[in-house]
Write a protein that binds this ligand. Structure first.
Ligand SMILES: [Zn+2]
Length: 331
C-alpha cells in the first residue's frame, strides 16, 4: 500500500501548456477565450505526446460506468428522475464506498454540485445552482483523461474531503470560507495533470520543470490552472462574485498552500510538522488551522485504500497503469 501511495504522490506531470500561460491569459471577462486557449494548449500537448499515450483512458473508465443516465431517453424524463438522481447523490456522498466510476462525467458534475450545496455553501455565498454547475463543468474540462489523474480522481478526493468536513466535529469548527477553500482545492488539485510525474518532468527537462525550477513541478502547474480558472473564467469569477477582495485573497492563499502540499516529496516533512502540532493544536492559531487543511487534503488524496477492496483495487490498477505507461514516452 505504501508503494502505491508513493506512486500516487510522485505521479505528477507537466505540460508545455504552462509555458504559454502568461502570454495566453485571457481577459478577465472572456472565459471563452481562456477555455479555447486551454483546449488549444491541451491539443498541442496531446500532439506532442502523440501516440505515446498507450491507450485512451476513457476505454477503461467507460467500462466501469453505469450507463443508466444522461442518455437521450433519460434526458426526457420528468422530475421523478431528477429526484432519483438527487437521492442517489445524497446517498453516495455520505458513503465511504462511493465510486466515481459509477457515474459519467456529467453526472459527476451534478454530484459535485450537490456536495457544495449540502455543506451549505450555496446559501452562505448566495450561489445559484447554475453558477455551481458552470464552475464544476469548467473544472471538468481542465482535466485530461488519464487512467488515474482525471476528473474521476478529483471528484473522489472531493467526496472524501466532504465526508471529513460534514461527518465529523470539523463541521462546527470550520468557517464557510474555509469549507469553500477546501472543496475548491480538492476538486482542482490535479488540474491538467498530463499523466507524467514530477520525476519524469525533471529527467526530460520539460518546459514545466524548467518553469518551476524542478520544484513541485506538477503541483505548481495544478495551482496555476486552478487560480487561472478562478480569476480568468466567467465561471470562476461568478463563483466568487459575492466575496470581498479580501475574502477572495484568503481563498487563493488557502488553495495555494493546500495544492502545493500535495507534492508527496514533502509528505514526511508535513507529517512530522503535524505530529508535533497535535498536542498543542489551537483553533485560534491560523498556522495550526492551515496545517490542518493541508493534512485534510493530503489525506483525502491518498484515501482510496479506505474504501472497499474492489474500489481501492481499481484505483490502484489505474495508478499503476498510468505510472508504467510513462515508459512509452521514451520511445
Ligand atoms: Zn491527486
Amino acid at each position: 500500500m505504501k508503494t502505491q501511495q508513493f506512486f500516487k504522490c510522485n505521479s505528477s506531470t507537466t505540460t508545455p501548456a504552462d509555458n504559454n500561460e502568461s502570454q495566453n491569459k485571457s481577459s478577465p471577462n472572456n472565459d471563452d477565450i481562456a477555455e479555447q486557449q486551454h483546449q488549444k494548449n491541451k491539443n498541442q500537448n496531446q500532439q506532442q505526446n502523440g501516440d505515446l499515450n498507450p491507450k485512451s483512458p476513457d476505454v477503461n473508465l467507460n467500462s466501469n460506468k453505469n450507463n443508466n443516465s444522461n442518455n437521450s431517453s433519460s434526458s426526457s424524463n420528468n422530475s421523478s428522475s431528477s429526484n432519483n438522481n438527487n437521492n442517489n447523490n445524497i446517498k453516495d456522498m455520505f458513503s465511504i464506498d462511493f465510486s466515481s466510476w459509477s457515474r459519467n462525467k456529467d453526472e459527476l458534475v451534478d454530484f459535485s454540485v450537490s456536495m457544495f450545496e449540502e455543506v451549505g455553501l450555496n446559501k452562505e455565498f448566495n450561489l445559484q445552482h447554475d453558477t455551481l454547475v458552470s464552475y464544476i463543468s469548467t473544472v471538468k474540462t481542465f482535466y485530461r483523461d488519464n487512467p488515474f489523474h482525471s476528473f474521476y480522481h478529483a471528484v473522489t478526493v472531493t467526496q472524501m474531503v466532504f465526508l471529513m468536513i460534514s461527518q465529523t466535529e470539523l463541521k462546527n469548527f470550520l468557517s464557510p470560507i474555509e469549507k469553500l477553500s477546501l472543496l475548491i482545492a480538492a476538486i482542482s488539485h490535479d488540474l491538467d495533470h498530463p499523466g507524467l510525474n514530477n520525476r519524469f518532468q525533471i529527467n526530460i527537462k520539460s518546459e514545466l520543470a524548467l518553469q518551476y525550477d524542478n520544484k513541485s513541478v506538477l503541483e505548481n502547474h495544478h495551482l496555476s490552472q486552478c487560480l487561472r480558472l478562478l480569476r480568468d473564467t466567467k465561471a470562476g469569477q461568478s463563483l466568487l462574485s459575492s466575496l470581498t477582495e479580501d475574502e477572495r485573497a484568503i481563498i487563493f492563499e488557502k488553495v495555494r498552500i493546500m495544492i502545493l502540499a500535495t507534492d508527496m516529496e514533502q509528505h514526511f516533512a508535513y507529517k512530522q510538522k503535524f505530529d508535533e502540532l497535535i498536542p498543542i493544536f489551537s483553533w485560534d492559531n491560523q498556522e495550526h488551522r492551515d496545517l490542518l487543511f493541508i493534512m485534510l487534503l493530503k489525506s483525502a488524496d491518498i484515501s482510496n485504500e479506505l474504501r472497499s477492496f474492489e474500489i481501492s483495487n481499481k484505483w490502484a490498477n489505474a495508478l499503476m497503469e498510468e505510472f508504467f505507461a510513462q515508459q512509452y514516452h521514451f520511445a
